[in-house]
Design a protein around this ligand. Sequence first.
Ligand code: ZN
Ligand code: ZN
Length: 163
Amino acid sequence: MDTTNTPTEVRPSWDEYFMGLARAVALRATCSRGRSGCVIVRDKQLLVTGYVGSPKGLPHCNDVGHQIKKTIHEDGHITEHCVRTVHAEQNAICQAARCGVVLENSTLYCRMTPCRVCAMLIINCGIRRVVCEYRYHAGEESEQMFKEANVQLEFFNEEVLNY
Ligand SMILES: [Zn+2]
Ligand SMILES: [Zn+2]
């Protein structure tokens, strides 16, 4: 038996450490369709956290059910999304706005490739690196925007999440 690398002796890397925090934050999510959490970090220091949930004071999916809207895509296929919630990435950015935290040159850790809107906000906040636990099956547009805007995008896991 190889005892040189037992789990208790292995310290997580910084990326693993912050991804672990993002997973813990996700436990507070209030929409079961997209239970995700996110942390934003600079110089190995935690700046803000966010999880998927309704705007402050509005009812949560947990309590009143989802608010589903259909989207008809250019090729005709239809997808359904819950629109009641502010995404984890957006909530982390809002927390920074409320608390006056500068996000320039920071790194964001999240569950999967941010959606199109989140990607645009991430770019304009000055976040320079995005680390996702999984690749989102419909994340190509975000991937392309990050590339054009020179935001470094990395994946922990090559498994693609269909969601
Ligand atoms: Zn929901
Ligand atoms: Zn999003």
